[in-house]
Design a protein around this ligand. Structure first.
Ligand code: XMP
Length: 523
């Protein structure tokens, strides 16, 4: 086990993911949590995450001193290294202009187990060089006594340090991001060679673990699962089945904001998985009328979230079900990060990117408890578990679809007429991606409705109709994403089909922005 002490970085969960990909269980606790949790976990090593604060500020988050007494290896990353330096007697300076952001080259100046044999190239003087990714403003100017400088950047800034006696290390760069090419090797060296962790974190063990936990938490209570038909809720449903038998019902809400043939797909899934007790509630009108006049994206998310909760409230209080004690949701890790929840846990200012409506607790009046059994898993881990549980490939590799559905793919106010247009455009795009065998090579693709009129010609007539944007991205973790270089002839075909088959569209555009600075969804 590796404990990641979280100082509020948006990459904390990525560190966990990297460690788990090495087959080692890893969990993050906030820096200010009760230290008894550290003892309970009894980790083989500790990673101190990055974070948005500065060690030069007052009341900055700090390392619980007990950590230095546990006699286990420690690796500080970015802020984690700086706070280690500050607490062990070195110096960190705030600098307006000395920070490093993006690519950097680190020269290895001292042999050390953390990086021995790990490098990208050698320079003219024979020094080994690591290509890394940095994101820091403060700089370590003096390392604490008993430490060595192991690596320096091209601007002579301290990039790697190691204690002379203990297994205490610090790296200024981010080994967890893919842009640090040998980042995984460095993490592997720390986890496997230095902390001596073995690789037990595999789908079969994860499944056993979740089943055991759900069984212990839920006991004989009755449960309702918010079921969307996506991979996250399908996996959650199957895990529930194994954990508590038939003591649950899956509720699918048709909010009128779904993709083209979602309801038909659900019907055939329902037939195949009858034992999951899937119930479908048709509530299209309710959502669409609640969205009238709402244009702000966050507001739209809130409205969809609120109506969704109201529908669940009515359902659990109805005669159809009795004694429901838990609402279960298939929330995964990235939903939690993007909603700023981990920052909230840390008492630092939450930097909410988008509030995902399936995250963030339930209103007290609901008198029901919330359970999110796969909250600590990443999408790719959920997919592996889905395969292991025997889910069909088209469910496992289905692109993610946001909870608020087309409400965040229609810019501005949502209208039924816009939903119908968007649904058709999206269906054409996805169908063509499948025809060309591109669907599974892309991580997410969809159409967006732009409520602006644009001039076109049809026969001899001028048409003044709407614009559709197409979006396709490649991403590993949905935290960063690159737009996909789709072939021109493919885009040509999709565009032609959309303007010819949908009367009310006159123009199609392709989105070539990556995340960051854009996000995957347009709203
Ligand atoms: P962004 O647009 O934030 O998307 O780059 C990252 C991933 O999250 C999905 N997404 C959402 N999922 N509720 C959801 O359940 C939401 O409000 C929401 N907003 C974005 C998005 O589709 C992508 O996979």
């Amino acid at each position: 086990r590796i404990l990641v002490v979280d100082f509020g970085s948006q990459y904390t969960q990525l560190v966990l993911k990297r460690i788990r990909e090495l087959g080692v269980y890893s969990v993050s606790y906030a820096w200010n949590c009760n230290v008894s949790k550290f003892y309970e976990l009894n980790p083989h090593g500790i990673i101190l995450s990055g974070g948005p604060c500065s060690v030069t500020q007052k009341d900055n988050p700090c390392i619980p001193s007990v950590i230095f007494k546990l006699n286990i290896p420690i690796l500080g990353i970015c802020y984690g290294m700086q706070i280690m330096v500050a607490q062990l007697g070195g110096t960190v300076r705030y600098s307006d202009n000395q920070g490093e952001f993006g690519y950097a080259r680190v020269k290895i100046v001292t042999e050390n187990i953390l990086v021995n044999g790990i490098y990208d190239s050698t320079n003219r003087d024979g020094y080994r060089i690591l290509d890394v990714w940095m994101s820091h403003r403060d700089v370590v100017t003096v390392i604490p006594d008993e430490f060595n400088i192991v690596g320096l950047t091209q601007y002579n800034k301290i990039a790697i340090m190691a204690h002379k006696k203990y297994h205490w290390y610090g790296v200024q760069f981010h080994p967890e991001v893919t842009h640090t090419k040998k980042g995984n090797n460095i993490l592997n060296r720390f986890v496997t060679d230095i902390c001596k962790c073995e690789s037990f974190w595999k789908p079969s063990n994860i499944i056993k673990d979740i089943i055991k936990t759900v069984r212990a938490v839920v006991g004989r209570d009755r449960v309702v699962l918010a079921f969307s038909g996506g991979i996250d809720s399908c996996v959650t449903a199957l895990l529930l089945k194994y954990a508590i038998g038939n003591n649950f019902v899956c509720v699918f809400v048709n909010n009128g904001l779904l993709c083209y043939d979602e309801i038909e797909k659900l019907s055939s899934f329902k037939k195949k998985y009858q034992y999951l007790n899937i119930v479908c509630l048709s509530e299209e009108k309710r959502f669409l009328s609640a969205l009238v006049g709402v244009v702000d994206p966050e507001e739209k998310r809130k409205v969809v979230g609120r109506v969704f909760i109201e529908i669940f409230e009515t359902y659990i209080n109805s005669d159809k079900v009795k004694n429901i004690k838990w609402l279960v949701q298939g929330t995964v890790c990235s939903d939690v990060i993007e909603s700023g929840i981990s920052a909230v846990y840390n008492n630092s200012t939450p930097n909410v990117i988008k509030s995902h409506h399936n995250v963030g607790g339930l209103p007290d009046y609901l008198n029901i408890k919330l359970l999110e059994p796969i909250k600590t898993l990443f999408k790719d881990e959920v997919r592996k578990i889905g395969l292991r549980l025997g889910l069909p490939q088209d469910v496992v590799y289905k692109h993610p679809f946001p909870g608020p559905g087309m409400a965040v793919r229609i810019l501005g106010e949502v209208k039924e007429e816009y939903c119908n247009i968007l649904r058709q455009a999206d269906q054409i795009f996805i169908e063509e991606l499948r025809n060309r065998n591109l669907y599974t090579k892309i991580n997410q693709a969809f159409a967006v409705f732009l409520p602006i009129s644009s001039v076109g010609v049809q026969g001899d007539n001028r048409k003044y109709k709407w614009v559709i944007a197409l979006r396709a991205v490649e991403t590993i973790d949905f935290m960063t994403a690159k737009w996909v270089n789709l072939p021109y002839d493919f885009l040509d075909k999709v565009s032609n089909r959309i303007v010819n088959e949908i009367q009310d569209v006159s123009r199609v555009v392709y989105d070539i922005s990556s995340k960051p600075p854009a996000t995957i969804e347009w709203e």
